[in-house]
Each structure stands twice: as C-alpha cells, then as structure tokens.
Design a protein around this ligand. Structure first.
Ligand SMILES: Cc1ncc(COP(=O)(O)O)c(C=O)c1O
Length: 346
C-alpha cells in the first residue's frame, strides 16, 4: 500500500500510543487536517513498510540504487552522505563558499576539509562552475576520500558532473553532488542533466523548485554503501508520515504527464521572457533561474525597483545581477508580470 493510501485508513482501536494528540486533539486548529493524518507505527498502521516501498518505487523512477526520503532538507542528505563514506582520518574536498552543511558534515565526520575556490563571473557577479581540472589537481596531490560539488549553483550554473565523476573514479574518491536546486532536472529534456544516475550520492530539495513542502528532500545513492545507517544517526525515530506521504505524492506528480507538462509550460514561458526583454541580459545553464542584469541598473537597484514598484521579490541579489527563482508552482501569470516589469524598467 502507498503511504498516501495508508494515511486514509482510520483506526477503530482505542490507541494508547503516540502521538498523544490521538488524531483528534487539535491544539493548533489551522492544522486540524494534518493532526488527523499524523500517525505512528501501530498494529493498525504499518507506515514503515509503506515508506520502504515508496522509497523503492522512487528509486525505480530515478533509475538509482536507492532513494531516501528526507525531512530535514538537503542539509541532512549531505551530512548523511559524508558520514556514510568518510572516516575520521579521511580528507574531503569541498568548495570554500558552499552551503554550510558541507563543512558541517565534514566536521561531524571528524574528517579534514580541503577547500577549493571557484572563479566569479565578472559581468553577473556569481560563482562559475567547478572545473574538472581543478578537482583533478587536488586529487593528484592529496589522498581524498570524497568530493562535494554544488551543481547547479544557487544561481543555476551547472558543472560537468560526468567528467568530474570519471576523475573521482580514477583517484578512488566518492562523488557527492549537491543538486538541492535541481529537483526538476530528471523530469525535463530542457533542463540540465541530473547527477542522480552519475554521482555516488545526490541530494535534491523538493521544496526549492519541485513544489514540495518546506524541508522535504531526497537522497539518491548509486554506490554499494548502505546510507540508511548514516541517516539513522541524524534522523528522528518519529518521522512525520504526512510529510513523507507528501514526498511520495510530489514524486508521482512531477513524474506524471500532467506534472511534466506543467514543467514544460513554465520553461517555454521563461524562454519567451528571456528572448523578449530588450533592456536585460540573462545568464546561467538552468532556464528556470532568471539571473538577470539590467543594462541601466545595478543588481541591488533592479531588486529595489522590482520590489517597490511591482511587488516582485527576488531570491538573491548581488551588485551586478538579480536572481528570480521559478519552480513548478510559478504561474504563467506571474512570469508575465515579471516580463511586464522588466520591459518597463527603462
Ligand atoms: C546549494 C544548497 N545546498 C544545500 C542547501 C540546503 O538545503 P535544505 O534547505 O533543503 O536543507 C541549500 C539551501 O539553501 C542550498 O542552497
């Protein structure tokens, strides 16, 4: 039985078990429907088995050895990956300005971090891709156990993961890819190639671009390491089954004809926007990230005008450019409003 169906089952038994709200005692009324679905492992419910089956089905959809549903974001996926493949005496290669969970993962593993730097694009002020030759130069000179790459970057810059994986294989290092911002990649030919079938470990945040509830994410594994042991160190033993079921529903949706169609509609509308904004230049490998530079304004000024005059809030801004993030929930209407605003800022 799927997790989604299992949550529909109600128990007639008098449960003297956790959770103590007993699906009826609504302390926070706005979430009463959530309380009704919030179950634990009991004789009536066996969500653990349903979860294992849901994760197995997901691994088949992604074409990977295993997929784990995460309730503490990509953060927990990166930490579990590092804990799974690294020992305290090992060295891990990571980007100096990566998301803090990368360095924290290495710290928790008791390993030694070795940092690489990324060049910054002069025109747009964003970090460029990780160069395979830079990774190789570190691997030649150090015995490194694992390499962590962020691809895509926050701003949608993608690295050559296949080539980096070949290099990692040559030096016997595990490759961990932080694809937190690329959860839609496996579902469209018009998006960059996903790392899920290439890297040893890939993490994706469903909540960032794929329409998931905050904190939902995935960890895909392609090597022989059983990552469930590492996950059990950092995960609660009382996960929220409603959130886990939302992950199952999320994957079913983005993999469905309807979901894929929705992704293509958004991509096509953003393509039109990028082709027709005369005052702006765009950059990046991922069309869903609108990384824009206005010909007359700095990134900060553009961000301010969009906010104050058009009620449009961006995701991230620097001196040179502004980044507006789109995902599966971005309506065509909203993209058109952005198009109108960008074209009217002279
Ligand atoms: C590149 C990158 N990696 C990892 C994370 C952590 O993801 P999560 O919020 O799903 O834990 C973030 C969050 O902003 C991120 O930008």
């Amino acid at each position: 039985m799927s997790l989604i169906n299992l949550l529909r089952k109600t128990s007639r038994n008098k449960l003297f078990t956790t959770p103590s709200h007993a699906q009826k005692f609504f302390i926070f009324h706005k979430l009463r429907n959530l309380y009704k679905l919030d179950i634990s492992e009991t004789e009536t419910h066996n969500p653990q088995e349903a979860l294992l089956k849901a994760q197995y089905r997901a691994s088949k959809i992604y074409g990977v050895k295993s997929t784990s549903f995460l309730l503490n974001g990509s953060t927990s996926g990166i930490i579990a990956s590092v804990l799974a493949c690294v020992n305290p005496s090992d060295k891990v290669l990571l980007w100096r300005n990566a998301h803090p969970c990368h360095a924290n993962a290495v710290k928790l593993a008791g390993a030694t971090p070795i940092y690489y730097e990324l060049d910054i694009d002069k025109e747009f002020g964003v970090p460029l891709e990780t160069k395979p030759e830079v990774i190789e130069s570190y691997l030649i000179n150090n015995k490194i156990k694992a390499v962590i790459i962020t691809s895509p970057s926050y701003e949608g810059i993608v690295s050559e993961i296949e080539l980096i994986k070949t290099i990692c294989n040559k030096y016997d290092a595990y490759l961990i890819v932080d694809e937190a911002h690329g959860a839609l990649y496996p579902f469209s030919e018009n998006l960059p190639k996903s790392a899920v079938q290439i890297a040893d470990f890939t993490v994706q945040s469903l909540h960032k671009t794929a329409g998931g509830l905050n904190s939902t994410a995935l960890l895909h594994c392609n090597c022989d390491i059983d990552v469930s042991k590492a996950l059990s160190i950092i995960n609660t033993t009382s996960p929220s089954y409603p959130l886990l079921a939302s992950i199952e529903a999320n994957i079913n949706y983005i993999n469905s004809k309807k979901g894929r169609g929705e992704i293509e509609k958004i991509i096509s509308q953003i393509k039109t926007l990028k082709l027709n904004c005369n005052n702006c230049k765009f950059y990046g490998d991922d069309i869903t990230k609108i990384l824009v530079k206005h010909k007359n304004y700095s990134g900060y000024d553009l961000s301010k005008i969009l906010f104050e005059k058009y009620n449009i809030e961006d995701e991230k801004t620097n001196k040179k450019s502004t980044m507006l993030l789109c995902g599966i929930g971005t309506s065509i209407k909203k993209i058109n409003q952005l198009f109108f605003a960008l074209n009217n800022i002279k």
